[in-house]
Design a protein. Structure first.
Length: 302
């Protein structure tokens, strides 16, 4: 992978997850909510999946969300963090989304719950996922995007400019919603769809938000982030800015999480195909009981 594509320090991502694994259950509300939404979408698919992969499984939230469902016969768990994989139901392996250890055409379904936003080469990762699917296999993935933690980013930027006279990447960048659907097509998927939900989580204090991010293993892992501990004055100023700018009337502060869900299928001849131009067997004018006017003619005023 070229240096230009290295946005995240993947070793830092793994360390953050390893550190969070033991007490993840105290902070996994966002993973659990997103897993429940993915399970609802899966329930709407009118087919079953003999073998599925949960990629970026964290503590097995998706397995719990689909428990009791007959949609999946066997579910393999994989996570970048060995400590996370060890907490998920068996079978579970430590695996990197950027270098999948699976062969081509293995899975009927691949689900990824809030993990792919830490991937450097997302088009390359999606291509690997498409290859790992059987023909007509389904990809169902959620990831954080665009407006996620916009309040925190604003507060940190304001504080760092005031206290340190400059800016550093303190919150990870997130993909734009408009780009993600196109990436599915570039990766060779058929019938791609990208849609978004926005969750607003209410906190007593902004410090509690930081605790949850750390407890989920979602701390900043940008490769160009400033190393070392943050200045206490900068963090204190950021927390003050967060309260001052965003607190509700009751004093609670909001945190925005924008979740994009990607749905796509590995290509297969059995799937619906777009008609070629000019292949229609009936005229629109006949259906509308209207007179057809050629491109070179103008309609007379009535």
């Amino acid at each position: 992978m070229s240096d230009s594509m290295t946005v995240f320090n993947r070793r830092a991502v793994r360390r953050h997850r390893d550190r969070a694994a033991e007490r993840l259950a105290d902070h996994d509300f966002l993973f659990a909510e997103s897993a429940a939404r993915l399970a609802d979408r899966l329930a709407d698919v009118t087919r079953n999946f003999p073998l599925a992969l949960d990629l970026g499984c964290h503590g097995g939230e998706l397995a719990r969300a689909v428990a009791g469902s007959d949609k999946i016969d066997a579910l393999v768990h994989a996570d970048l963090s060995p400590a996370m994989a060890a907490r998920a139901p068996a079978p579970a392996v430590a695996a990197d989304e950027e270098a999948l250890p699976f062969g081509d055409g293995v899975f009927d379904l691949i689900v990824s719950n809030l993990s792919l936003h830490w991937v450097n080469d997302l088009p390359g990762a999606l291509t690997q996922l498409r290859r790992a699917l059987k023909p007509d296999g389904l990809l169902l993935a959620s990831l954080l995007a665009g407006d996620t933690l916009s309040e925190l980013r604003q507060a940190l930027s304001e504080a760092e400019i005031a206290e340190e006279g400059g800016l550093s990447p303190r919150v990870s960048p997130f993909a734009d919603v408009r780009d993600l659907g196109g990436l599915l097509g570039r990766a060779g998927f058929a019938l791609p769809v990208a849609d978004t939900d926005t969750l607003i989580v209410s906190y007593d204090t902004p410090e509690k938000l930081l605790m949850d991010l750390r407890g989920m293993g979602e701390s900043n892992a940008v490769a160009m982030r400033r190393t070392g501990f943050s200045r206490r004055a900068t963090i204190a100023a950021a927390m003050d800015a967060y309260r001052r700018t965003f607190a509700n009337d009751d004093g609670r502060i909001p945190a925005t999480f924008q979740i994009v869900t990607l749905t796509a299928w590995a290509p297969d001849p059995s799937q619906p195909q777009s008609l070629k131009p000019g292949s229609a067997e009936a005229r629109l004018a006949d259906a509308l009981d209207a007179e057809e006017i050629s491109g070179g003619e103008k309609a007379e005023p009535v």
